[in-house]
Design a protein around this ligand. Sequence first.
Ligand code: ARG
Length: 484
Amino acid sequence: MPQKNPKYPHQSPEKSEPSASQKAWGGVFTEKTDGRVELFTESISFDRVLYEVDIRGSVAHARMLNDVGLLTEHEFKQIEHSLLEIRREIETGTFPFNIEFEDIHMHIEHALIEKIGDTGRKLHTARSRNDQVVTNLRLWIRDSIDRICNRLLDLQAAFVGRCDNDFDVILPGYTHLQRAQPVLAPHVWLAYCEKFERDKQRLKDCRKRVNILGLGAAALAGTSLPIDRKKTAEYLGFEDIAANSIDVSSDRDFVLEAAFCLTETALHLSTFAEEWVLWSTSEFSFLRPPQAFCTGSSIMPQKVNPDVLELIRGKTARVAGNLQTLIVLTKGLPLAYNRDLQEDKVPIFDSFNTVESVLSLAAPLVEGAVLNREAIAERLDRGYLDATVLMEYLILQGVPQRTAHGIVGRLVRLAMDKQVPLAKLPLSEFHQVHEGFDDNVFNVLGAKNAAAAMKSYGSTAPDQVRLQIDRWKAKIDAVYQKTA
Ligand code: ARG
């Protein structure tokens, strides 16, 4: 006579008897799973973070089963109560994890059955892990997108928060990393805000395709049981329900899309980090990151290294790598669930976690950095940053653009030979190259004048930049107020 297994007090003896049957699929098996296979196939080491969404999903599923009469009210309440108890156990660290139960879904279900026996055995009615895992992932990604968007907003607020203080600072703008034209510091800060805004828009758009219920597709063909998927969707806040049960469990588009959105965000962050790494060198000396965000050298006592910025740049590699992993993972997979898909979690979790940690450091770093106004101002008139505005001055006098370009080129050559800025050339020298110059040419020369002249919409003239600062302030305040 088989003995009742004391580990599973609610399990009937005939179900706990052969060790293979402790698996959810035990019935047909006569051999116990090889320990090496358990180690190789487990996902509990990385999918346990899904515990909260798994429980949320199961409570909604059980509530729906109760609605349609597949569970009694009492059974639903028992399941709900025990699932919330399990959640507390996980959160307080008293929940036992064991790779024998493969993943978080099996762990929670097993614990539920331990607590309430046969009622617990009913939870998986009209459900498969295939649609369960996808539902969990959709909930987790949906929450994570919201968190990242909030972090992006904080970073934008940090840049916008600097704008008034830095309003009087004119920086050399670069193309090809060569001095090009003067720009206001806040114009640079807002350039990042625009990029992060598109990142938020992309994530919010991706969220629409994440926010679809797969549950109810079961293994791949749906179910003969009278479920109500719209109810489950409503309980979980999903916008819609997936229309094809075969598509549900193989669809990882939403994971790849999120991974791409995060890659683009990380790329933007790497541009910012690279610029600030350069600016904090003694060669540039434009900016000093807060010391609390730098580290020193163990051998060169004078060093203050911008490690946080370097790692912001560096961590972009893993985020981009995760996207690549997901692309290769899903390439050529047949329809419906294939175990390969278990591998989607490590990269997508890592991308969200990495970008979140980067954003949470970037915002205080941006707030605390100090511009070295003297060093910037002292070298601002080097590099003929006013050449373009001088060309435009000639265009306004009716000189064709190509001709004006040539005239200014010759003037720059003249000034280079004399090692002076354009503004230091006497009017007679201007006349040597082109007759039409008069005294007011000096009103556009010099970095400050040149920047002030750039007045087309979205340009760097102070009035234009002020317009954009005000727009950003209002936009950020409005979102903060809405979420307060
Ligand atoms: N641990 C699996 C995963 O994360 C759960 C789904 C398993 N489904 C199955 N049919 N074996 O993908």
